[in-house]
Design a binder for this molecule. Structure first.
Ligand code: URA
Length: 432
């Protein structure tokens, strides 16, 4: 077998066999196949697609490219993953709530990809928090604390790790076979038996419309079924960012406030929907509305916040930052964006806001870039909200004045204000 033949086949719209896909994954992971050959094949897949069989073979080959964790001794472990978005701090909030209900959460998350943020970058803004644990430490933390969240550092789906950053660099992220195999290979390798997936849809998501999002969700559910992992997908709206904050430490602060009881409505809708199905899959509650009530009770009683502190401390994080928001380093320039007219916010393009936040330093333009933890945007007005001329629409948090001014000009163009109030819905559909 030869990689050039495999690339040629996919370039010419032919289907690849199981053996060809396994050959590619094994030899790309061990370095025999070069990045430029993998890039050519990935672009051919992006352009010409893969059928269901090929997608399943790619997923299994990537899952088998490293270790597969056996979490059976921990009982029913439920995992959660999102296809990515702007302002998505949901994992930070869900992990402690679910764990505080006695359901173990063992999760592997990613860094920011393109204009979308990554949970690992957010968690690393908490001084001391370690995302790089050994398998033994990971398992022990889940057993002891009931929650552990690490980066893609264990030898789990290493083929996906390589391919994921390659795809980011060559603009082949937005592909249904590539996203579904990337996510499901990690979920299979990480060992949970039940999975809740958030499939985002809209300008700030990889899937721009509902039809594509549904196809992606159905593909991941099929892979889940074939690998005996019950998978529920929640399709959510990513036309505007989720919550108020976009930017790493700003999002940790928002998540922390949520766990203390100050909940932004759209974040609450997503957290409760995903969590209620995680509880159902764990066998701890059939009634979805009752599960949501239980989650809110965990916040009200302080149990979720205590679990949050216990989890962060168990991975070396300094919990005084969770207790005292004043301890966080602030950006040097915090500029308000003022409304020039009265009306209702009608559009707030999530992708454009993600790009502005990235230009401020909240995301990476190149893989090697380091992120600036404290920069980003805080949206004070979101779609459907009434705005009076002279009111503050948003704050720009920047570490250079020029960057702050440029972001302000760009954000001003993103805020569309009109005469008619629009209704927004964040959770669009549940696929069981
Ligand atoms: N999240 C992933 O893990 N992989 C993708 O390809 C996209 C989002």
């Amino acid at each position: 077998m030869d990689i050039k033949q495999i690339i040629t086949k996919k370039r010419d719209h032919q289907s690849l066999t199981k053996q060809e896909i396994e050959y590619f994954v094994t030899n790309y992971t061990n370095g025999t196949i070069t990045d430029y050959q993998a890039a050519a094949l990935t672009m051919a897949i992006y352009l010409n697609g893969m059928n269901e069989e090929e997608t399943v073979y790619l997923t299994l080959a990537m899952a088998n490219s490293g270790d597969i964790l056996d979490l059976s001794e921990l009982g029913t472990v439920v995992d959660k993953h999102s296809t990515g978005g702007i302002g998505d701090k949901v994992s930070l909030i869900l992990v402690p709530i679910i764990s505080s209900l006695g359901i173990p959460v063992a999760k592997m998350s990613g860094r920011g990809l393109g204009y979308t943020g990554g949970t690992i970058d957010k968690l690393e803004t908490i001084p001391g928090y370690q995302t790089n644990l050994t398998t033994k430490e990971f398992m022990e933390n889940v057993k002891k604390v009931g929650a552990c969240l690490i980066g893609q550092t264990l030898n789990l789906a290493p083929a996906d790790k390589k391919l994921y950053s390659l795809r980011d660099a060559i603009c082949t992220t937005e592909s249904i076979p590539l996203i579904s195999s990337s996510i499901m290979s990690k979920k299979i390798a990480a060992g949970a038996s039940k999975i809740v997936l958030e499939v985002t849809c809209g300008s700030g998501a990889f899937m721009k419309d509902r039809k594509q999002a549904t196809t992606l969700a159905q593909m991941m559910q099929k892979i889940g079924k074939m690998t005996n992992k019950q998978t529920i997908c929640v399709i959510t709206n990513m036309e505007q960012p989720l919550g108020k904050a976009v930017g790493n430490s700003l999002e940790v602060l928002e998540a922390t406030r949520f766990l203390k009881g100050t909940m932004q409505e759209d974040v609450k809708e997503v957290v409760l929907a995903l969590g209620a199905y995680m509880i159902k899959l764990a066998g701890k509650g059939e009634d979805i509305e009752e599960n949501k009530r239980k989650m809110l009770e965990q916040i009200k009683s302080g149990a979720a916040f205590s679990k949050y502190k216990q989890w962060i401390a168990s991975q070396g994080g300094d919990i005084s930052y969770l207790e005292d928001p004043a301890k966080w380093k602030k950006a040097s320039y915090i500029l308000p964006l003022i409304a020039k007219k009265t009306g209702y916010v009608t559009k707030l393009d999530a992708e454009k806001i993600g790009e502005i936040a990235m230009q401020l330093g909240a995301g990476r333009l190149k893989k090697e870039d380091t992120i600036k933890p404290e920069v980003g945007i805080v949206l004070e007005k979101k779609i459907g909200e009434k705005v009076e001329k002279g009111e503050i629409l948003a704050y720009i948090h920047a570490d250079e004045e020029m960057l702050a001014q440029k972001a302000k000009q760009d954000l001003e163009k993103v805020y569309e204000i009109g005469g008619k109030q629009q209704e927004t819905k964040t959770v669009l559909e549940i696929l069981m």
